[in-house]
Design a protein around this ligand. Structure first.
Ligand code: F6R
Length: 614
């Protein structure tokens, strides 16, 4: 939540900062602001609304540009999204500007303290208090890094802070605890940002800033220290994607682009990791699995990532014969779960920054569990905190609603499940080879599913006024039903529920009335005949009560035809590949219905891509 960017260098900073915010807007989009150190001191512009509102403001009331600045795009926590609550916040008579991502839990106590020292808080935010506290400590030493160090040691909660001061042109100081911060190292210029996307068009050389570290950038240098003042050598990495990967490239939305990238994302995630004998090469994770006496696997994730984990857990149990469960990260850590050294905890997170998942991973580490992260973002906090990481190679995902990250998470977890089965010896070489061959076919089948968009678009248009949509599935189709429903809720703001089809008669069938739209993910009659028959019976039950059934079924599945109002056909594939196919029309449906209602597809209301607050 909240995107932050800082710049020092020879270029006029406004353009660099606003371009950076454009790439970070997915992190929060209810207000935005910028502070630039110009010839006459610190200039600030901030505005409620999307980034466009700030750009309009800057067009009408230009700021004197300079070569040092910080900028912020906000997802409100404390205080409504107003101009006053937008960042940057000023202190020291307007000479110091600060931006913040996170939540300062003890801000009320600190607010009383800074007010007693004479500060006047103009906003309702927790962040402004930090600005006044830095200013107070700055007044003692005249050293911005020291002032930030003293400040962060007083703060409870999660934060990334960036500070600039008009007496120090060419300097931006940042600090982080439980919120992301990376450095972009340029030639005579340096950047600080929540995510490499903000500076990748300028440099691909980056430095990870770890927990509880402070970084000071000037045009020619980067120095890092711990919160206790010890010097630290940061870890460098090279961004492995181009700026063009985070551009819309002619598509109507990032989501449309990212849905279409799903076959490639899965292909890239599998690439080079499967050997001809069906064994898998997962780098360090192979060693970790080999050395760990895994008696149980616990997946930790939220939202869409949790649905990917559910499918993964089925595969772990089926292939490796190891008990596997999925826990919503935010529920898990507050219920005193039992973990021990025989538990392999697998976190699944596109961003690698989701606070709930990060905290759950830390809890697991405390309890001696071995941790592996399935992550899409290089150098992300969860990946760094975990003992091992299995990167998905989906490329940057910009639309708030996750699509290509979801399918590549499933692919990555399948690899992990194969790796575990390799260790337990519960699959024969022939069985492993068959699964591997099926997985390698998945991208081709997924590409076929991209053709369903036109029909879905028509359906979405005639359903634009619908008030409720239900989704049913069984086995690996159940998480797909949940994912379909989540997409509709978050994108089209329509009530939607996903159910395990077998659960229907235990209550939800009471919801069925004439005209109720129900999507049903139908198992393959060849691969899973028993389940298929059961789902066809479920379809008959709801059809008899007047539901309009849209079945996502294998091509040629004659049993479904008489009972479905619409059939979206999937190419014949294995049961494990089927969820990767069935989800594509559901992703399209959420997107097309939102589009039919004239809604913002990439930035749905109240949401942000990376949920870095609890
Ligand atoms: C839904 C969606 C969210 C995320 C969830 C976890 O479309 O994107 O439900 O899946 O917030 O995010 P990550 O994977 O970054 O931990």
């Amino acid at each position: 939540m909240c995107g932050i960017v800082g710049y020092v260098g020879p270029s006029p900073s406004l353009a660099v900062l606003v371009a950076g915010l454009t790439r970070l807007e997915y992190r929060g989009y209810d207000s935005a602001g910028v502070a630039v150190l110009g010839p006459d001191g610190l200039g600030v512009a901030k505005k409620a609304g999307k980034l466009g509102a700030l750009v309009d403001l800057l067009d009408h009331s230009p700021l004197a540009d300079g070569t040092t600045g910080i900028a912020h795009t906000r997802w409100a926590t404390h205080g409504a999204p107003t101009d006053e609550n937008a960042h940057p916040h000023l202190a020291d008579s307007g000479k110091l500007a600060l931006i913040h991502n996170g939540i300062i839990e003890n801000y009320l106590e600190l607010k009383h303290e800074v007010e007693a020292l004479g500060a006047v808080c103009l906003s309702e935010t927790d962040s402004e208090v930090a600005a006044h506290l830095v200013a107070h400590h700055y007044s003692e030493s005249g050293n911005l890094t020291d002032a930030l160090q003293k400040t962060v040691n007083r703060l409870d909660g999660a934060f990334t802070l960036l500070v600039t001061h008009q007496d120090h042109p060419g300097v931006v100081v940042g600090a982080r605890r439980n919120s992301p911060l990376v450095v972009g190292v340029g030639d005579g210029e340096n950047f600080l940002a929540s995510d490499v996307a903000a500076f990748v068009e300028h440099t691909k050389t980056a430095l990870s800033i770890d927990q509880d570290q402070i970084v000071t950038i000037t045009p020619d240098g980067v120095t890092v220290q711990s919160f206790s003042g010890e010097p630290v050598t940061p870890t460098p990495f090279t961004v492995d994607w181009d700026a063009s990967a985070a551009e819309k490239g002619g598509w109507s939305s990032f989501m449309a682009k990212e849905i279409s990238e799903q076959p490639e994302a899965v292909e890239n995630t599998l690439r080079g990791r499967i050997h001809p004998d069906g064994s898998v090469d997962l780098g360090d994770v192979n060693t970790l699995i080999a050395e760990h006496d895994t008696k149980r696997v616990v997946f930790l994730a939220c939202g869409t990532a949790a649905y990917a984990a559910m499918i993964g857990a089925y595969a772990v149990e089926a292939w490796a014969k190891i008990p596997a469960t999925v826990e919503l990260s935010h529920e898990f850590r507050y219920r005193e779960p039992y973990l021990d050294g025989h538990t392999l905890v697998v976190s699944v997170s596109q961003s690698g920054e989701t606070m709930d998942t990060l905290m759950a991973v830390k809890y697991a580490i405390e309890k001696q569990a071995t941790t592996v992260s399935v992550c899409n973002t290089q150098g992300a906090t969860i990946a760094r905190e975990s003992a091992g990481v299995l990167y998905t190679h989906a490329g940057p995902e910009v639309a708030v609603a996750s699509t290509k990250a979801f399918t590549s998470q499933i692919a990555a977890i399948y690899l992990l499940a194969l790796g575990l089965a390799q260790k337990t010896g519960t699959l024969s070489v022939a069985e492993r080879q068959e699964i591997a061959a099926d997985l390698l076919q998945a991208p081709t089948h997924m590409a076929t599913m991209l053709q369903s968009d036109e029909r879905i678009q028509e359906m979405a248009h005639w359903m634009a006024d619908t008030r409720s949509v239900l989704y049913l599935g069984r086995h690996v189709g159940y998480p797909i039903a949940l994912e379909g429903a989540l997409k509709l809720k978050e994108l089209a703001y329509i009530h939607a529920e996903g159910f395990a089809a077998g659960e229907l008669k235990h209550g939800p069938i009471a919801l069925i009335e004439p005209g109720q739209i129900v999507f049903v993910v139908v198992p393959s009659p060849r691969e899973a005949p028993t389940l298929h028959n059961k789902v066809v019976s479920n379809i008959q039950e709801i059809r008899a009560r007047g539901a309009r059934v849209i079945a996502i079924a294998e091509k040629g599945d004659a049993a479904v035809l008489p009972f479905a109002d619409e059939v979206i056909a999937m190419p014949p594939a294995s049961s494990w590949v089927a969820p990767l196919l069935a989800v594509i029309p559901l992703h399209y449906f959420g997107m097309e219905l939102a589009s039919a209602k004239g809604l913002d597809i990439d930035q749905p209301r109240n949401l942000a891509k990376s949920v870095t607050v609890e």
